[in-house]
Write a protein that binds this ligand. Structure first.
Ligand code: UDP
Length: 229
């Protein structure tokens, strides 16, 4: 599951809203109790985005490393909220910081998942010029996930930005190619391509609606499903 940093900021638009994190942790707990293995890739846009620093004249790679560190802050917040609810977790980071979290080791991540632990992946893929959407697609492929969830503030993929055009149409189902060709800005194109190549379906849905992660897991028709045909 890709969890964008913006979601964690809640109404305040910046930083971490503990109530939002707790509500999310409750939703994740609910699905782990169904026996579902959950890996979470957290974003960092609520704290820092590389592009912002680079637009202001910073070295892009440095600004991106700052973004990766921001994702680790979010990962720890989510870990704390989940463990307070009694859910076992492990944070694995793509940039080593052993005092804080395990390094990302694919086989170990899979083992944790098999033991019912929620694995939270921090620091993106560990390289600048990438996003956490792409990280989520990559980790999904690596852990052989059945599906990638992209939780957003909107309730699916729209033909246009519904805030700008109220007549915008919401897709219940769309292909990877249509997302790419129509330039629908729901996930970055590298992430979509990676999922397309590896046949990993993507479900885009509204995250902060209580019970939505469970609905998504149970196959209820929420959000937009992105598949090959
Ligand atoms: N980032 C990066 N490499 C990665 C993942 C993330 O350089 O593999 C940096 C990048 O600067 C990005 C920031 O971390 O802007 C935060 O990630 P992202 O924008 O994907 O977070 P989200 O929008 O999901 O909150």
């Amino acid at each position: 599951m890709k969890l964008s940093g913006e979601v964690l900021a809640g109404q305040q638009g910046y930083g971490i809203d503990p109530q939002v994190v707790e509500a999310l942790a409750r939703q994740i707990k609910e699905v782990t109790e169904l026996g579902v293995q959950v890996g979470v890739v957290v974003g960092g846009g609520n704290i820092w985005r590389g592009q912002i620093g680079s637009a202001q004249g910073m070295d892009r790679a440095t600004a991106d490393y700052m973004g990766m560190l921001a994702t680790v802050i979010n990962a720890l917040a989510l870990q704390d909220a989940l463990e307070k609810l009694g859910v076992e977790t492990r944070v694995q980071t793509a940039v080593e910081m052993r005092q804080v979290a395990e390094p990302f080791i694919r086989r170990r991540a899979i083992r944790h998942l098999e033991k019912g632990r929620v694995v939270i992946f921090g620091a993106g893929i560990g390289s600048p010029y990438f996003t956490t959407d792409t990280t989520a697609a990559l980790r999904a492929a690596e852990i052989e996930a059945e599906i990638m969830f992209k939780g957003t503030s909107a309730d699916g993929v729209y033909s246009e930005d519904p805030r700008q055009n109220p007549a915008a149409h919401r897709f219940s189902h769309i292909t990877y190619l249509d997302v790419l060709q129509q330039g629908l800005r729901v996930l970055d194109s590298t992430a979509v391509s990676l999922c397309m190549e590896n046949r990993i379906p993507i479900l885009v849905f509204q995250l902060l609606q209580p019970g939505n992660i469970r609905r998504a897991v149970m196959g209820e028709p929420i959000g937009t499903l992105i598949t090959v045909d």
